[in-house]
Design a binder for this molecule. Structure first.
Ligand code: GGG
Length: 369
């Protein structure tokens, strides 16, 4: 029985509709276990740009920092990404991650038994898949800086005497690499004791440093099986033999791409939750940001087609990691499994014999289970 404050950032596109279902489920948990969740709703992304002129306001950032946890939907509008947007809605996420130092992004991938046939992979290849991608979240190409550094400008397109050129920089300090590797090794100790560090050390200097640090940290965890793997090989093995992985640790952009690929092992992008954690402490544990890995999918927004399960499982991670409510988190995971076992599916998981329901109905089914 406890009182907790949760900042809710629904965002754009399908963000608000999936986040509402996560709140419905959290409220069911609050009733069952007699907790009080107080929600502070704030604008982010396109919604914030239109109302406040920025992707996330300083006041919203402050409210996030004061709360026990942050529940995030998705950001992004209809854009052709040709540089014509004055302010990018995605900046909200980058500011939150950097500002609150959420350097570790945990993305579990565990296909549900009854969804094995929903994947494009054969069920016998998927059977037993249970992996965790630990994505570094506050460094790499997302946050590189120009030399000399220009504040707030990780990259640019510039005019030279030979025409235009574009520059992005990929920078990692040894400290940044070491702290994310330790998250991976510590996580592996609670799982199947295996870590795969993914890099591109045959090409990138940042990956050579990454590999040197990984080898050193690995030597401190003799109980954990360790391997280095090139990112291209990892992309292939995820489809060939996903059961060979336990914890995958990798840099920011590789982690973003590999987890979109890995989501198809679980049947859909709409199935994968995530937790972004740092070192900021709260009265109840660690401050964290919880969001589905999918984006705002503006093409299906408002049609009831979005799968809220990734958002609902993100709420379960919020209970576990930030509020320390493990039984309550397990109750949500159990309700999701049972709802899927009962044959209910959203549009993204359509298959023969499925009982197709909409976003809201899926939230209600899970909340009532
Ligand atoms: N819920 C995830 C989301 O909104 N994704 C949009 C996005 O811009 N993602 C970039 C990233 O996660 O690095």
């Amino acid at each position: 029985m406890g009182n907790y404050t949760i900042t809710v950032l629904p965002g754009d596109g399908i963000g608000p509709e999936v986040t509402e279902q996560a709140i419905l489920v959290l409220n069911a948990i609050a009733r069952r276990y007699q907790h009080t969740f107080t929600y502070h709703r704030r604008l982010v992304g396109v919604a914030a740009i239109e109302a406040e002129g920025v992707a996330i306001s300083d006041e919203s950032l402050e409210i996030c920092q004061q709360s026990d946890a942050i529940l995030f939907g998705a950001v992004g509008g209809i854009s052709n990404y040709d540089g014509s947007d004055k302010v990018k809605p995605e900046e909200a996420l980058f500011k939150l991650r950097k500002g609150l130092q959420f350097f570790a992004n945990l993305r579990p991938v565990k296909p549900l038994k009854n969804l094995l046939s929903a994947s494009t992979l054969k069920p016998e290849v998927l059977q037993g898949t249970d992996l965790l991608v630990v994505r570094e979240l506050t460094g790499g190409l997302y946050y590189g800086h120009l030399e000399p550094p220009v504040p707030g400008k990780p990259s640019e397109i510039r005019q030279t005497e030979h025409g235009r050129e574009a520059i992005d920089t990929l920078i990692y300090t040894e400290t940044e690499i070491e702290r994310i590797l330790r998250v991976a090794f510590d996580s592996a100790r609670d799982r199947k004791q295996k870590v795969t560090s993914v890099d591109k050390a045959n090409v990138l200097s940042s990956s050579v440093l990454w590999r040197q640090v990984a080898n050193r940290v690995a030597s401190e965890y003799p109980d954990v099986t360790f391997e280095n793997l090139l990112v291209d090989a990892c992309a292939m093995h995820l489809l060939r033999k996903p059961t060979s992985f336990d914890v995958i640790v990798t840099e920011n952009l590789f982690g973003d791409i590999l987890t979109d690929e890995a989501s198809m092992l679980a049947g859909s992008m709409g199935m994968l939750p995530s937790a972004s954690l740092g070192t900021h402490k709260t009265a109840h544990g660690r401050l964290g940001l919880y969001e589905p890995i999918h984006g705002s999918a503006p093409d299906i927004a408002g049609q009831g087609k979005a799968n809220p399960i990734a958002a609902i499982l993100s709420a379960a991670m919020l209970l576990q990691y930030s509020l320390g409510l493990k039984d309550e988190a397990a109750a949500i995971e159990d309700a999701v499994t049972k709802t899927i076992e009962a044959g209910y599916r959203t549009e993204d998981l359509r298959e023969a014999g499925a009982r197709i329901i909409n976003t809201q109905q899926m939230g209600q089914k899970i909340a009532a289970t």
